[in-house]
Design a protein around this ligand. Structure first.
Ligand code: CAA
Length: 399
């Protein structure tokens, strides 16, 4: 058993957190209209209003580079020696998407870059690995970048739970936003609830089974957290859950509350989690980024001062791995928030009609190495320009 909950001696955690998402969006009302079903199935039943949809010249690299560039604009590059890229929407079986980001944002050669994968969980592993590196040398900083596009087949039950976003975090000693506390509770079990074989661009899922697997794994991580000496359930001012759809966070919170001997009414659960859900309701599933989008949503939209508050993070990746850990919100955190920036990237997305969304969904890239240019559509700072000789090409849209 490790030591009871404490912030690591040299407090380490998230100093800055920046989000990016897509150029387009699809309102789930338009999807419900197309399907001829009650839109409340989405707005109430799964708790989603809108999903982000990538333009043809956007991908996990362009979103990640946009979020990372914002972190570097504010903080500079001093001390950064590692970039950990978390994704389950890999663009190459070999090369890390993080290496493209490294080049696009102009990081120096003296930075190690690697990609991590375990479904929606791997950004949390990256955060813990970053803390380990910084504990060894507190002068170092680590960029943890999570970027994903959630894609299911048209007409499948998962279609309404698509989305796309990136979250970039600067992890360092004496962080400005949230110090990550010990211990962490972890859980792994081999289960086929959601997966994407190498030859598919869309995920396969056992929808109902995945909900059970999520609850089972989060419950397991929570039990391990307590066994490791973690803080009591009622001491958390808020908990940010992985949100494939926001209603899933409500199911998970109720599950943990019951394990803790509580029996909250649905309205109490909704009220407790509301601030963590505002962004995800409008972005959709962003896989690895989702739980950190929830953290940004909480910090940006909570009406009141969270200084000193203990916040829980409940991370889940199908297949499956879960982790529960706590963090302490730092004095002065409100000066570091990016409320207007985040509001703007969510609000500026252009709505698609259903036909245009279907066309984009069906667009595929050539696999024969021929020259291919993508249409210039994104207004973001980086674009996926196309391919040739089996190589992806990226460019800045602005100087
Ligand atoms: N008004 C209000 N509510 C309605 C409604 C209406 N008109 N119609 C249906 N509902 C409710 C249902 O009662 C149900 O609520 P409960 O779950 O609380 O019972 C909810 O809306 C969904 O209805 P269905 O179960 O009928 O929906 P579905 O068959 O279309 O499937 C889904 C929903 C399983 C989430 C599906 O969208 C899916 O497979 N999504 C992808 C998988 C996923 O996100 N799994 C989550 C756990 S795995 C994970 O977290 C990793 C990850 O990121 C993928």
């Amino acid at each position: 058993m490790s030591q009871p909950e404490s912030v690591t001696p040299a407090s380490i955690g998230i100093h800055d957190l920046a989000l990016a998402t897509s150029h387009y969006r699809l309102d789930l009302g338009a999807l419900a209209d197309h399907q001829g079903i009650d839109p409340a199935k989405y707005s109430v039943g799964i708790g989603q209003d809108v999903m982000s949809v990538l333009a043809p010249d956007e991908d996990i690299v362009t979103m990640a580079a946009e979020a990372t560039a914002r972190i570097l604009e504010r903080n500079g590059m001093d001390g950064i020696r590692t970039l950990l890229f978390a994704t389950e929407s890999g663009i190459d079986q070999s090369k890390s998407a993080g290496v493209y980001v490294h080049q696009l944002v102009g990081l120096p050669e003296t930075v190690r870059v690697v990609e991590l994968k375990q479904a929606c969980y791997s950004a949390t592993a990256a955060l813990q690995f970053a803390i380990g590196l910084i504990a060894r040398d507190p002068s170092q900083k680590v960029l943890v970048v999570a970027s994903d596009v959630a894609r299911y087949d048209l007409g499948s039950s998962g279609e309404s739970t698509q989305g796309a976003a990136a979250a970039a975090m600067l992890v360092q000693a004496n962080p400005g936003l949230m110090a990550v506390a010990n211990p962490a509770g972890v859980f792994t079990q081999d289960v086929m609830d959601f997966w994407r074989p190498n030859y598919r661009s869309t995920a396969l899922v056992d929808g109902k089974g995945s909900i059970k697997a999520y609850l089972n794994a989060i419950g397991g991580a929570w039990t391990d957290y307590l066994n490791q000496g973690g803080a009591p359930f009622e001491s958390f001012a808020s908990i940010c859950y992985h949100q494939p759809f926001t209603k899933m966070a409500s199911k998970a919170h109720r599950h943990l509350a019951v394990m803790a001997g509580q029996n909250p009414a649905p309205a109490e659960v909704a009220d407790y989690l509301a601030d963590t859900m505002r962004y995800n309701r409008l972005i959709g599933n962003s896989y690895t980024a989702s739980v950190y989008v929830a953290l940004a949503s909480l910090l940006d939209t909570h009406d009141g001062d969270l200084t000193g508050a203990r916040v829980g993070l409940a991370s889940y990746g199908s297949g499956s791995v879960a982790e529960f850990f706590g963090g302490v919100i730092q004095p002065g955190y409100r000066d570091l928030l990016r409320v207007q920036e985040h509001r703007s990237i969510i609000e500026r997305r252009i709505p698609l009609d259903h036909t245009a969304y279907e066309v984009l969904h069906k667009t595929t890239l050539p696999e024969d190495g021929r020259e291919y240019r993508t249409a210039a559509e994104t207004t973001g700072p980086f674009r996926f320009a196309g391919m040739g000789e089996h190589m992806r090409r990226y460019e800045r849209t602005t100087d």
